[in-house]
Write a protein that binds this ligand. Structure first.
Ligand code: FAD
Ligand code: DHB
Length: 389
């Protein structure tokens, strides 16, 4: 079979790219290793930058997001039992939208189905061939049968563990990585959020985050040891630990309940360069990972999609390859800024095993500077709501 763009990976990057291309009459097939239900069962990001919201609008899939997404004009930072507020709206004119990645992915799958666009699930042994030529192709197996897609371009949207990045010869790419000596234990519960804004907490016992999905669905995280397993943490132990890391008045108000999901995510900073090899373009987690502090993962995937979509549109509609030729350079410029912010914000809030007394004083001074200095708050807010693209 033949298509214009073969998209590997049916996560948010692949689906959003597919939907934007579809709107422009550019044909794409999405290949996804798992089932739709499996993809939709993964609880991940929850905060959308307005750039991502604009892309969803452009793809014609923002109706539910506008109805159900919760506008957040600011956030709370807690330290030593006190909270202070950072007002995104006043400092930047822009809010963020709380809307789960699961919901966004759901909307994109529904739109894809309604448009009759082709998605192949449960594909195996996906391989990219001749990406460094004008005629790349993708082969895969499904139900034991071999398939082949001839295409103009391949979009590698298959996440950190996908095959797209590995298809680029080692001599043609360079990787940058930092791992962190802790993870995040996350719990989803059918309880009202403890506060109407997110609370990012630095405490002696480690980081905690109070987030939400809607008025009766809360998402909470605590920093945990990398050796911990979700089964080690009873719900009671989780709630007790969370309460000890947030200000006392918040702990008192916290409504607890049974967890409906509990998982541990390791923290990693990772970038591969370049994000293009011939006719293969890497997008989203396939090219870079950020630690979740500051919710930049999904949003940075979206800015890649923006640059790639516009490059492909320019190529097909105007016969101009400038956009795809400069894709990697443009995407990476923004990626590294998101990497910097996520790394800095992680450093601001977590307890590190090797942190010296001096390091702790630096962290406290950094937080106090953020609390007391409007220029620093503005810089924070600009990064949090998303740098322009
Ligand atoms: P993915 O969502 O990883 O999608 C890739 C898709 O490709 C998957 O569906 C996968 O099944 C498929 N795939 C993989 N290999 C193949 C193959 N060989 N063939 C075909 N398909 C394949 N970000 C935040 O901002 N906030 C958070 O709280 C947050 N929490 C996270 C928690 C976890 C456990 C993880 C892993 C990530 C989290 N992120 C978070 C990051 C955010 O979810 C990602 O940045 C976002 O999912 C990136 O989207 P993507 O489409 O690029 O990659
Ligand atoms: C969520 C996750 C984050 O990493 C973050 O910074 C904010 C919110 C969330 O899952 O709701």
């Amino acid at each position: 079979m033949r298509t214009q763009v073969a998209i590997i990976g049916g996560g948010p990057s692949g689906l959003l790219l597919g939907q934007l291309l579809h709107h422009r009459g550019i044909d794409a097939i999405v290949l996804e290793r798992k089932t739709r239900d499996y993809v939709l069962g993964r609880i991940r990001a929850g905060v959308l930058e307005t750039g991502l919201v604009r892309l969803m609008e452009e793809a014609g899939v923002a109706d539910r997001l506008h109805r159900e997404g919760i506008v957040h004009d600011g956030t709370q930072i807690a330290v030593s039992g006190e909270m202070f507020h950072i007002d995104f709206k006043r400092l930047t004119g822009t809010p963020v939208i709380v809307y789960g990645q699961t919901e966004l992915t759901h909307d994109l799958y529904d739109a894809r189905e309604a448009a009759g666009a082709r998605t192949e699930f449960e594909v195996d042994h996906v391989a990219i061939h001749d990406a460094d030529s004008d005629r790349p192709c993708v082969t895969y197996q499904q139900n034991g049968q071999e398939h082949r897609i001839d295409c103009d371009f391949v979009a590698g949207c298959d996440g950190f563990h996908g095959i797209s990045r590995q298809s680029i010869p080692l001599t043609a790419r360079r990787e940058y990585e930092k791992t962190y000596p802790f993870g995040w234990l996350g719990v989803l519960s059918r309880t009202p959020p403890v506060h109407h804004e997110l609370i990012y907490a630095n405490s002696e016992r480690g980081f905690a985050l109070c987030s939400m999905r809607n008025e009766n669905l809360s998402r909470y995280y605590v920093q945990c040891a990398l050796s911990d397993h979700p089964e080690d943490w009873t719900d009671a132990a989780f709630w007790q630990e969370l309460k000890r890391r947030i200000p006392a008045d918040m702990a008192e108000q916290l409504v607890t309940g049974p967890s409906i999901e509990k998982s541990i995510a390791p923290l990693r900073s990772f970038v591969t360069e370049p994000m293009r090899w011939g006719r293969l373009f890497l997008c989203g987690d396939a090219a870079h990972i950020v630690p979740p502090t500051g919710a930049k993962g999904l949003n940075t995937a979206a800015s890649d999609v923006h640059y790639l979509y516009n490059g492909l549109r320019q190529f097909y509609e105007e016969g101009d390859s400038e956009g795809i030729d400069r894709y990697s350079e443009r995407a990476l410029l923004r990626v590294w800024k998101a990497e910097r912010f996520s790394w800095w914000f992680s450093g601001l809030l977590h307890r590190y095993p090797d942190q010296s007394r001096f390091d702790l004083k630096m962290q406290q001074a950094d937080i106090a500077f953020l609390r007391d200095n409007e220029a620093q708050q503005r810089a924070f807010a600009e990064n949090y709501v998303g740098l322009p693209y």
